[in-house]
Design a protein around this ligand. Structure first.
Ligand code: MGD
Ligand code: MGD
Ligand code: SF4
Ligand code: MO
Length: 735
């Protein structure tokens, strides 16, 4: 596959990077000693972070099975995990860099040529329009070491200020909600909590589909828990609930305030916990007085009995855990909704004990890593760019000039997109995300990308919607073809290993960043970062004395032998199997001592008047569109999962729309008919799937199909700047 002529034109560093692992220490398999053996690593799809045992022949992966002794999945895996190796061999994998010529056609070029083009174009844009006219969009799906390298290279080495991640689409709301309420972005739980609760409340979370192995942990719960699912749709998760509260889209905040009022009125709160460990409760009590059951019932569409039963269930529970995902985060009022959940956990003292917590479930395999180490919203290690002491700490660890670190925060994803629209950003580097499919209001998003002077896309596949729009594509190795660490939803660091060689001349993102540093002329800054594990040693130092301190994790080998390690793990910490007696056991939670990360060590009650839907239905657009995950076998924009013949058998190939039979009848739509769904922004064609799982007046389309985001409306939460993907107004007509 490797093109000999291109190879000959390659420079010395590139030649070194293209060599097989082992020859010079890069990407060496850390634990494999025998050529035919097995090695363990974590899965590269969702944030559950399951352990997979890779079966090797002659040192290369030939098959895999879920790891039985890994504390996360205990021998279980979902279809994506089982099929993780099969998607690496696809014919549309990038095998050389591709440069678009004047006729708009891609031509293969050598890495050296690609690097000259990359640095030449970006530098000339910066010269003409200023350093900040070039930006990047990164991801929650690369290893932490690569994220840190990218964030440091762009912001300290290349003079960029603006860079954000696809995690903005996903976790920004939870981050801000936690920071404001707890003083640090700290999901407090461990997966054992799924097994120890007697009440499990899931808000806007379809974990049967999106986090199937977390759901398996719920199934292992021996206490026959009450499972309350708040979701406008009767999802697979709701079907398995003991109470399904199909509240109107975006009415969660009102519902949760109404529950808070009911709990207060009936004296069902933990006064000791509130007094000793929180602030702002009196104001909150006054505020929720305005949410009587009648109002809540009208605004949510739930009956008073349903609401009262939910409040009573929380009261009766000894160990109540609250979990939320995108039904909350992807909203124009996501932060305050997430905090309405946090408030319930605080006021009932359901935090810091087994089976409790206000628990945001993360999405991508390393969204949690990007929250700490991507150098986008936070300075490396959960620090702040504007804080001089934080900048000086990071500069000292990296042995770089403090003045190279930006003193202000970056624009968020949508501000970068607006920056392009306004001509302030002219060059964009997109790494490991597929903007042209996944960003909100796609027609406008693509128009915006079209305005760039230079677009670079670094991806495993050269066929993604965004890669097709690029001026230059850089072929990247994927999961299984490189090494580093991911952090899962319960704050567990897990190891990813190189068990396959990437195709053609594809390089790990880590090596691409090294190559760019070299060609840009700033590699001196990164002289210590010669391997992912060398970066990991710096990551440890960044976190020292922070809530996420991991200075006690010695090495990759240490992570490997412990089956992953949760943060915090400060220097001197040891792991015992007794989690109840030792707060540093194998599965552990935060806030056991009731101390939060604010200066007064108290958690804050935060609240705000709920707002109406940002786009109301009308005669022209009478339905509310919900979007989200379709099946356990589809991943996001499908660049990976669509390459597995096994997974492809497990979901509908063409887009479908779920519509209530009563609505279908009114619109003269019959089952399996092709329909046009349109919004003010665009339209798409899909097959009608008639089901009572969606309520009348609402329709659902999975996000995995390219056209879905033609319909969505670009509105954002004011605090987290996360897009509100979940509710906009649409019309449906027979084709
Ligand atoms: N199979 C599979 N698994 C995945 C992914 C994948 O693509 N495929 N992606 C991963 C990622 S990155 C993420 S972020 C997670 C997402 O995981 P989830 O958030 O669980 O998945 P979604 O389907 O996006 O949204 C969850 C639910 O929110 C509901 N919802 C919509 N509007 C509202 C509302 O106003 N209130 C409430 N209460 N609910 C509402 C939807 O009906 C939907 O059922 O999944 C992860 N896991
Ligand atoms: N309508 C609607 N839209 C949504 C959502 C929704 O619920 N509704 N959910 C949003 C959410 S929560 C998310 S997280 C986003 C996800 O949106 P995206 O991030 O755009 O989706 P992915 O398909 O995961 O894109 C990842 C890309 O990285 C590539 N890749 C994989 N591994 C590697 C690697 O190691 N290196 C490199 N360089 N490339 C790699 C893959 O081929 C793929 O092209 O979508 C958002 N969009
Ligand atoms: S549940 Fe998530 S981490 Fe586990 S195997 Fe499936 S995709 Fe991988
Ligand atoms: Mo996500």
């Amino acid at each position: 596959m490797i093109n000999e002529i291109l190879h000959a034109k390659t420079g010395p560093l590139t030649r070194e990077l293209l060599r097989e692992p082992g020859e010079f220490g890069l990407g060496q398999l850390p634990v494999v000693t025998k050529p035919d053996a097995t090695t363990n690593m974590v899965c590269g799809y969702c944030s559950t972070g399951c352990g997979l045992t890779i079966h090797l022949k002659d040192g290369e992966a030939v098959n895999l099975s879920p790891t039985t002794e890994y504390p996360v999945n205990l021998g279980m895996a979902c279809p994506k995990g089982w099929e993780a190796l099969s998607v690496l061999d696809a014919s549309d994998r990038g095998v050389t860099p591709l440069l678009k010529n004047e006729r708009g056609q891609f031509e293969p070029v050598s890495w050296n040529h690609a690097m000259e083009e990359f640095t030449g174009r970006f530098k000339s844009i910066q010269k003409e329009h200023g350093d900040h006219s070039v930006a990047f969009i990164s991801t929650g799906q690369m290893v932490s070491e690569e994220m840190a390298y990218l964030g440091a290279l762009t912001k300290f080495g290349m003079g960029m200020l603006h860079g954000d991640g696809n995690t903005r689409q996903c976790m920004a709301t939870a981050v801000v909600a936690y920071k404001q309420a707890f003083g640090f972005d700290a999901p407090p739980y461990t997966y054992a909590d799924f097994e120890e609760s007697d009440v499990i409340v899931l808000v806007g979370s379809n974990i049967c589909i999106a986090h199937p192995i977390m759901w398996e942990r719920v199934m292992r719960n021996p206490y026959s828990p009450e499972i309350v699912v708040i979701d406008p749709r009767m999802t697979e998760t709701a079907m398995n609930a003991t109470q399904h509260l199909a509240a109107f889209p975006k009415s969660d905040q009102t519902l949760l305030y109404g529950i808070a009022k009911t709990l207060i009125e009936r004296n069902w709160i933990d006064e000791d916990f509130v007094r000793d460990h929180t602030s702002g409760f009196d104001e909150f009590r006054n505020f929720v007085a305005e949410f009587p059951l009648e109002r809540v019932s009208t605004e949510t569409g739930l009956s008073i009995e349903q609401i009262e039963r939910f409040a009573e269930t929380i009261h009766k529970g000894q160990r109540v855990s609250f979990w939320w995902t995108m039904g909350v985060n992807q909203s124009y009022q996501g932060v305050r909704t997430a905090q309405a959940i946090i408030n319930l956990a605080l006021m009932t003292g359901n935090i810091g004990r087994p089976g409790t917590g206000a628990n945001s479930i993360t999405g991508q395999c390393n969204a949690m890593g990007s929250r700490l180490f991507s150098n986008t919203t936070n300075l490396l290690g959960g620090h702040d760019f504007p804080n001089p002491a934080h900048r000086s700490k990071v500069a000292n660890i990296m042995e770089i000039d403090e003045a190279t670190i930006p003193t202000e925060n970056s624009w968020a994803y949508h501000e970068i997109m607006e920056g392009i629209l306004k001509g302030k950003i002219k060059g964009l580097w997109v790494i490991c995300t597929n903007t042209a499919h996944s960003w909100i209001n796609q027609n406008v998003a693509r128009e915006i990308l079209d305005r760039l002077d230079f677009l670079v896309v670094q991806d495993m596949y050269h066929s993604t919607e965004t890669a097709k729009m690029a001026n230059l594509t850089l072929p990247a190795a994927g999961w299984g073809e490189k090494e580093g660490t991911f952090i899962n939803s319960e704050r567990r660091f897990g190891l990813v290993k190189k068990v396959r060689k990437a195709p053609g001349e594809a390089l790990s993102d880590f090596n691409i960043f090294r190559l760019i540093a070299h060609h840009w002329g700033c590699s001196e800054m990164f002289k210590k970062w010669t391997s992912p594990e060398a970066v990991f040693q710096s990551l440890k130092e960044f976190t020292r004395d922070m809530p996420c301190d991991i200075s006690g994790i010695e090495s990759y080998q240490h992570l490997d032998s412990e089956g992953g390690i949760q943060w915090p793990f400060p220097e001197g910490a040891i792991i015992t199997s007794e989690q109840e007696t030792n707060p540093l056991g194998k599965e552990r939670r935060l806030f056991v001592d009731g101390k939060f990360y604010h200066a007064d060590e108290r958690a804050k009650f935060l609240f705000e008047e709920p707002k109406p839907l940002t786009e109301k239905t009308s005669n022209q657009f009478p339905f509310i569109l919900l979007t989200g995950r379709g099946t356990a076998s589809q991943w996001h924009t499908q660049t990976r999962t669509s390459k597995s013949p096994v997974l492809k058998k497990l979901y509908p190939q063409s887009p479908f729309v779920e519509i209530n039979p009563a609505d279908a009848q009114r619109c003269s739509i019959t089952a399996n008919q092709k329909v046009i769904i349109s919004s003010q922004r665009g339209k798409m064609i899909a097959t009608a799937f008639l089901t009572h799982n969606v309520q009348p007046g609402q329709v659902f389309i999975p996000m995995h199909y390219e056209a879905t985001n033609q319909l969505t409306d670009a509105v954002f939460d004011p605090y987290s700047k996360q897009p509100s993907y979940k509710a906009c107004a649409v019309a449906i007509k027979r084709l």
